[in-house]
Design a protein around this ligand. Sequence first.
Ligand SMILES: [Zn+2]
Length: 316
Amino acid sequence: MSDSLAIGVDIGGTKIAYGLVDRQGAVHAAHRLPTLPEEGTEAVINRIVQGIEHMLTLTDAPIVGIGMGSPGQINPHTGVVYLATNLDWHNVELVQGVRQRLSRDIPVWLHNDANASAMGEMLFGAAKGCSDFLILTVGTGLGGAAISGGKLLLGGKFVAMEVGHIPVIPNGRLCRCGALGCPEMYASGTGMMAGLEDHLPHYPFSVLADKENVSTEDILAAAREGDALGVLLVDEIVNGLLAVTVPIIGLLDPLRVVVGGGLGLAAWDLLGERLTNRLHEELSQTVFEDIPVVKSEVLSSAVGAASLVWYELDNR
Ligand SMILES: [Zn+2]
């Protein structure tokens, strides 16, 4: 069965990414469709299946399973998405819905997208063969996942490692979730924009003060030029990540920390070393010192989703 393949499906708020992925994590074919969540749950599930059927036409190799990553609070045992705010999903029986519509009987596994990323890193990426690690996904929002003892840490309500919304920052910004001081309000695209709004009045000479519609890329470019406001906003990402990561390191004793997500990767040249140094400072003289901070290596979210299949088949 060395030539068998898995299909990975990453369901995002704007697009659905598909990949035909082999046992070594190589992508044999890729595809994407718009998610269009405003058309409703049924339409999105139909589109998910439409893309899978397209992938099935691209190969004669045996397809051993389908792995899906979706945002939100997900029960991987029942395949139900309890809540996915950006898709406006509540209690959606996603695995059942996909299997009912598929033309072939193929096993389907579903996890939260951050958990799928963690699995991808463990099988094919920056945490290959590592039994205990954390992943922080810095994007529009801030997500996270943990592998502990070689297994995904799920929690009782399947929201373990929801690091973006653990309100650990004293007197912090009001988050869109309603809590005060969530790390997402610092260490994410959303957080950077909130920080820009907060600090801009105090930095009239920043290169960002003259720009309209400032993007996260503009802020990173300003930081690279040494602009004080740009540097401050990058420091806020580092501080936000540290505030939540240090206690989690104490709880889970990971061997490394992986940083991923679109913004995490785009800002790696600014973040990587600072985060490593600050973490080493905070944890020096403790039993948790010298934990490496590394950059995510699985760049396709569909590979993370497909890795769920290979993990399940290997661990039956
Ligand atoms: Zn929050």
